[in-house]
Design a protein around this ligand. Structure first.
Ligand SMILES: NC(=O)c1ccc[n+]([C@@H]2O[C@H](COP(=O)([O-])OP(=O)(O)OC[C@H]3O[C@@H](n4cnc5c(N)ncnc54)[C@H](OP(=O)(O)O)[C@@H]3O)[C@@H](O)[C@H]2O)c1
Length: 338
């Protein structure tokens, strides 16, 4: 247990400038301070891994975005996993593995009530990936509870080689659907078909998506799980089947300019085809996440789910890792290991 005189140094990523357009290292600075001693009910956690999530970008605008804003000089939001190194909270002891909103820093001192203990039989990063709130659980909730995907249906997933998309596509496969992925570049398309076993994949950066989709699904698609928005959403709406479902998980193509979000122009297809479009956040399904997690654990144990991790090392790598999400520089779950 660290004493008052030998507290570790906490290195944290703070917001130096509000972000307009593409996020990059110029918007942040790294600050150092002695890690704070935990008060009553608090623990000190050494960060093992931080989850690089698209939502982080939406908290860095000067104007309010989708999520709570980070103030100038504030520590950037991030979910993470780590180990308790000092506890003043009942039920938590040094060595416990935990997950929660650790923020972008190497040590977090925070109320234990904000953390969940996790089972370290699995690699800790599993709780940010396949079992992560913003990753596997989001994907499961969107495919099962919003999309209501059924065996034999045709499902299209955008950003399918990213973290959420990769699990959404595999969950749809596990439910017996035929799954087509959208991703940027031939390497990602090969990953989707050869490694994840999707039925087909379209390289939206180099192929005519509308023509390829018509060829692959001449009868249309039953479910579109959308992570991207913009033009791809319109193409999917144009191909939605009668009684189809469009699941709005996110719209990463729109996050860099939140005040000028481009909405779909082909939404009348919903009326023509008695289809629906429904958005969600994972927390709308808080009461079902236990069941969702149990199913994901089972499929993981059966080898039916895989999640490649892309790990950047050192807290200084955090800003650039975040930028990669918006440039397609990641395959699978993007993590920073401080
Ligand atoms: N509803 C919820 O509760 C919830 C929770 C968590 C996440 N989400 C959403 O899930 C989505 C995926 O997030 P994630 O954290 O898992 O990130 P991710 O998919 O691991 O990474 C983002 C991917 O999006 C693609 N992309 C980026 N900019 C694009 C653009 N302009 N056009 C097309 N594709 C683009 C890139 O892949 P390519 O190389 O293929 O372009 C990139 O790899 C986001 O929209 C996020 O907001 C929603």
């Amino acid at each position: 247990m660290p004493s008052a005189t030998n507290r570790p140094t906490n290195r944290k990523v703070v917001l130096a400038r509000y972000v307009t357009g593409m996020v990059g290292p110029e918007h942040f600075r790294i600050e150092e301070e002695p890690a704070r001693e935990p008060g009553e009910g608090e623990v000190m956690v050494r960060t093992d891994s931080l989850s690089i999530d698209a939502f982080i970008r939406t908290s860095l605008n000067e104007v309010e975005g989708l999520h709570q804003q980070v103030p100038l000089g504030g520590v950037v939001v991030a979910l993470g996993v780590g180990r308790v190194i000092e506890s003043h909270a009942p039920g938590f002891v040094a060595g416990d593995a935990v997950s929660g909103p650790l923020l972008a820093q190497t040590y977090a001192t925070m109320p234990a009530a904000m953390l969940q203990k996790i089972d370290d039989a699995l690699p800790l990063s599993t709780y940010l990936g396949v079992l992560g709130l913003t990753t596997g659980l989001t994907a499961y909730a969107g495919i099962r509870y919003v999309g209501d995907v059924k065996a034999g249906e045709t499902v299209l997933v955008s950003a399918a080689a990213g973290a959420v998309g990769c699990i959404a596509a595999q969950v749809a496969k596990a439910l017996g659907a035929r799954v087509i992925g959208l991703a940027g570049g031939p390497g990602k398309v090969a990953f989707l078909t050869d490694t994840l076993g999707l039925d087909a994949a379209i390289d939206y950066k180099n192929e005519d998506v509308a023509a390829r989709l018509k060829a692959l699904a001449p009868e249309g698609i039953d479910v579109f799980f959308d992570n991207v928005g913009g033009e791809l959403l319109d193409i999917a709406l144009d191909n939605i089947r009668e009684r189809g479902r469009v699941v709005i998980c996110g719209a990463i193509s729109q996050y860099n300019d939140h005040s000028h979000v481009r909405g779909p122009s082909l939404y009348l297809r919903l009326a023509e085809r008695y289809a629906r479009m429904e958005g969600f956040t994972v927390m709308h399904f808080a009461s079902q996440l236990g069941e969702a997690g149990a199913q994901l654990v089972q499929w993981l144990a059966e080898g039916r789910l895989q999640m490649p991790e892309q790990v950047d090392h050192g807290i200084d790598a955090f800003p650039d890792a975040l930028r990669k999400l918006f440039e397609g520089g990641n395959t699978g779950k993007m993590l920073v290991r401080p």
